[in-house]
Design a protein around this ligand. Structure first.
Ligand code: FUC
Length: 739
């Protein structure tokens, strides 16, 4: 089975058929083709987890690979291994390590590489005259991690396989299987404020050792192998987590499920397992290709760490810029697939039981940023775990919100765990910010079943919260009370721009959603009246967009959060096209904040400058981001590693190439002069349109637009516009004058 955790999918059947239709549309369209040059490679094993080891994942289960010859370490994770409960965020946990010790030592010609065109990690080297090859992947269809060891000579492998657990699981080796089985209940060290968490998951990992030639024997908790021609290790791991509050968040013990997954995977020839994996992965990856220029040899022939060094030294490498974009898509496909939990602060990779910021679902920008690009970059099914998780925590959040605010509806604090527990600061509009992602997923896919069963019910609940908490000033203006501009402060002030903009956004999207579904017209009218009374964006004394109701902004302030610019991105309240004066004020604020900062903050700056239509500025920040904070394994370092920077970078590039948040489809709104000629195929615009855009000498050369659902839209390029009506599946090719 693809994923063991039973999920409640009211709209599952409809969604599946939509996705099948997408895939068939795409495969029959001019092939986006596999993007070339999608390889990260290195001439030495990794030493450092967050900077050098390489990630693979199937959405739910993943690992970090070091690639040592005599001692291979594979640190693995499963995304539901959480401590915590409904009262406390808790923390995402490390799972364990798979160790493979070989009797031969490192030799010559060492190379480890991650081919993100196929999602396969390989290590090759020669030792004692024998050529060795290791091939690893994380299969979504099989639900297991696969590690294959081969050589060009028979009987060339001898050594041991063992498993260690990051908690206190009981580890046994029997026959050709190692099992680590444990319970988080034993982990009293995770007591918070003197109390034990109320939820304690059971978990298990199993490794099956398959071999051709030689012998395999279980001994002392390990599996020893001798004179083996080739070895295939299959690793399955899971917990009893279930995304159902009414079942106490726990389902079946994973033991039987893992056994079935391994038996099923083991029954297939290795090449079949591999082909099924590549096919499954490429069905998502190959929907979009990007070309922003050609890197000259010899730069393109360098190992990735050397290339990065050359880039930091000022060398041009457009292929590396593309690679980082596709890497974000790779990481998303690897950490967020139907049946998994959403991508957390590190996707799903984590080696610590006390990780930075609990490796949680952080809602004062981070989890939202993770999902900004998925639909735009043609990965709609990767969004599903986020919607399902929000759906699963509604009951918990409603109770906590009622206790804290005596209000209907719900919201969250800034730090959130798998079971709806939420800690640190109450930032009232955080949930509205997540609801913006929910709406956008509909805007891109036009999936009405999803809107009806997942997004709209939450959006309406959140509107009710704001109906209850908004405060009227003496002149009737409505403000969010007792707010805080994340993470800037000060606490306890009314009418913070971040709050006002997110409430405006929630109301606007909910009104549009009610129209799309043809429901709740009276309620939408009521919300529209409230929206009219909201305190709107203000321009301050030095021409800046005010962060607070009072003009408190300081021109020398370089704070990383850009909370008062949500109206520009990811919101749609301010745009150079509709509110040019406010857009100018946003530029003043952005210039004052400067271009540097932490990982995710730079990525957000790319998105905002793209929405302000300044291509060269976006490129400057993108370039500096690659020069300053991208590690050798291409993880973005906050520091430490935080995946929002990787995902936000991809969101920025999407915004540079096409925007659709203002009701039309704007082609190349922020094309930098550094990307003189190029193309993007398979970008998606709101309204469910797919775009292929080619440009040359900094100008649009041609564009093909395909409508997935049919409808009327307007294309925009520079000063030109053209209105189109297309049937479902219909494509149209346009020249530079949109004819
Ligand atoms: C927010 C940010 C920090 C960090 C953390 C996980 O609190 O302000 O920079 O990204 O989330």
């Amino acid at each position: 089975m693809t994923h063991a955790r039973p999920l409640e999918h009211a709209y599952g059947a409809i969604r599946t058929s939509v996705i099948v239709l997408f895939v068939s549309l795409l495969t029959s369209a001019p092939a986006a083709g596999q993007p070339p040059r999608l390889i990260l490679w290195y001439a030495a094993p990794a030493g450092n987890w967050e900077r050098e080891a390489l990630p693979i994942g199937n959405g739910r289960l993943g690992c970090m690979i070091f690639g040592g010859v005599a001692k291979e370490s594979i640190q693995f994770n499963e995304d539901s291994l959480w401590v915590g409960d409904e009262k406390d965020t808790g923390a995402y946990q490390a799972f364990g390590d798979l160790h493979v010790e070989m009797s031969h030592q490192a030799g010559q010609d060492y190379r480890r590489q991650l081919d993100i065109g196929k999602a396969i990690h390989t290590t090759t080297y020669t030792s004692g005259g024998v050529k060795y090859r290791r091939e690893y992947f994380a299969s979504h269809p099989a639900g297991v991690l696969v590690f294959r060891f081969t050589a060009d000579r028979k009987a060339a492998h001898a050594g041991t396989v063992s498993l260690t657990d990051a908690h206190k699981a009981k580890i046994t080796a029997e026959g050709n299987r190692i099992t680590a089985s444990g319970s988080l209940a034993e982990h009293t060290y995770r007591k918070t404020k003197g109390r034990q968490y109320e939820i304690a998951l059971d978990y298990e990992a199993q490794v099956l050792v398959l071999h051709e030639g030689g012998t395999v024997t279980a001994r002392d908790g390990k599996i020893a192998f001798e004179n083996v021609d080739s070895l295939t290790l299959l690793l399955a791991a899971d917990t009893d987590y279930l995304n159902r509050r009414d079942k106490g968040w726990r389902g079946e013990h994973p033991h039987q499920r893992l056994g079935r997954q391994l038996a099923h995977a083991a029954s297939k020839p290795y090449t079949t397992l591999r082909d099924e994996h590549v096919h499954d992965y490429q069905a998502l990856l190959n929907r979009l290709s990007l070309d922003v220029g050609q890197t000259p040899q010899p730069t393109s022939a360098l190992p990735t760490n050397e290339r990065l060094k050359a880039y930091k030294g000022g060398g041009a490498d457009p292929d590396l810029e593309e690679l980082l974009f596709q890497y974000a898509r790779y990481l998303m496909i690897s950490s967020s697939r139907p049946g998994s939990l959403p991508a957390n602060l590190q996707g799903l990779w984590n080696r610590s039981n006390q990780p930075p910021w609990r490796c949680d679902y952080h809602t004062d920008v981070n989890v939202q940023m993770n999902y900004w690009f998925v639909d735009h970059a043609n990965l709609p099914e990767c969004f599903e775990p986020y919607a399902e998780w929000l759906h699963s925590i509604r009951g918990v959040r409603t109770e906590r919100t009622k206790e804290a605010f005596k209000a209907r509806g719900w919201t969250m604090r800034a730090e959130n765990g798998a079971f709806g527990g939420s800690t640190w600061k109450w930032v009232k509009p955080t949930a509205a910010w997540c609801a913006q992602n929910l709406w956008d997923h509909y805007a891109f896919t036009q999936d009405k079943a999803y809107l009806r069963t997942r997004a709209y019910p939450i959006m309406k609940e959140l509107c009710e919260f704001w109906e209850d908490v908004l405060k009227a000033l003496p002149d009737g203006t409505l403000v969010s009370p007792d707010g805080y501009s994340p993470e800037h402060g000060p606490s306890g002030v009314d009418g913070v721009s971040h709050d006002q903009q997110l409430v405006w956004d929630l109301f606007t999207n909910t009104i549009d959603a009610s129209k799309a579904l043809g429901v709740d017209k009276d309620y939408a009218d009521k919300i529209a009246l409230l929206r009219e009374r909201l305190l709107g964006p203000k321009v301050g004394r030095w021409g800046q967009l005010q962060e607070w109701m009072e003009d408190l902004d300081k021109p020398q302030d370089k704070h990383r959060h850009l909370s008062h610019l949500i109206a520009v991105h990811p919101g749609r309240q301010i745009s150079p096209l509709t509110t040019p004066k406010l857009a100018e004020a946003a530029k003043v604020s952005m210039n004052a904040r400067g271009d540097g900062s932490t990982g995710w903050s730079r990525a957000w700056k790319i998105c905002i400058w793209a929405r302000l239509h300044d291509g060269d500025r976006t490129y400057k920040i993108l370039h500096e981001m690659l020069q300053s904070q991208i590690a050798d394994n291409l993880y973005d370092l906050h520091p430490p590693f935080q995946i929002d920077g990787n995902f936000g970078y991809a969101a920025g590039i999407c915004e540079m190439l096409a925007q659709s948040h203002m009701g039309d489809i704007h082609l190349l709104p922020a094309l930098p002069s550094a990307w003189k000629s190029g193309s993007v195929k398979g970008l998606v615009a709101r309204g469910a349109y797919e775009l292929s855009i080619q440009w040359a000498d900094g100008k649009l050369a041609k564009c093909r637009i395909t409508s997935r659902k049919g409808g009327k839209t307007r294309l925009r390029y520079r000063q030109m516009t053209r209105t189109l009506t297309l049937q479902p599946g219909e494509s149209l090719e346009l020249d530079p004058s949109l004819k």
